[in-house]
Design a protein around this ligand. Structure first.
Ligand code: ATP
Ligand code: MG
Length: 139
């Protein structure tokens, strides 16, 4: 059993897509074991995306991620890191497969509705960034 961090980004929240994204997880037998709504400060966003700090889009990305509330969630299931990445689709929505969240809803390479951890190590760090042990519901 694996866990990953998903985030519905500010564009997904402001466009009323929280339910749509959650529906796709539930329809695909992905269990949500933690969820909240938070509004990141600039410092929080810079810390979360520290791996991208040398990239030309870092300033714009962190500004976007602080532009409104986001919904981080912990997803659980077999192979859920890869399964979530498949449901999300490619970073660039123009290259994302049919039926993926980004292909269906993203408007921009940056404003692409969802985030998903890309490996077990990053999943563990990202889960710890948003949630403490009491917020994780492992029934
Ligand atoms: P995420 O980490 O959000 O799940 P990802 O792993 O598909 O997305 P990354 O390469 O980690 O993509 O980039 C992180 C985020 O930075 C992207 O989701 C997107 O919002 C933004 N981004 C990536 N590449 C670009 C780019 N060339 N121009 C603008 N924004 C970008
Ligand atoms: Mg990434």
């Amino acid at each position: 059993m694996e866990r990953t961090l998903s985030i519905i980004k500010p564009d997904g929240v402001s466009r009323g897509l929280i339910g749509e994204v959650i529906k796709r997880f539930e329809e695909n037998d992905i269990k949500i074991v933690a969820m909240k709504m938070v509004h990141l400060s600039q410092a929080d966003a810079e810390k979360f995306y520290a791996v991208h700090k040398e990239r030309p889009f870092f300033g714009s990305l962190t500004e976007f991620m602080t532009s409104g509330p986001i919904v981080p969630m912990i997803l659980e299931g077999d192979n859920v890191i890869e399964k979530n990445r498949t449901l999300m689709g490619a970073t660039n929505f123009k290259e994302a497969a049919e039926g993926t969240i980004r292909r269906d809803f993203a408007t921009d390479i940056e404003k692409n509705i969802v985030h998903g951890s890309d490996a077990p190590e990053t999943a563990a760090v990202e889960i710890g960034f948003f949630f403490n042990q009491f917020e994780i519901n492992d029934r």
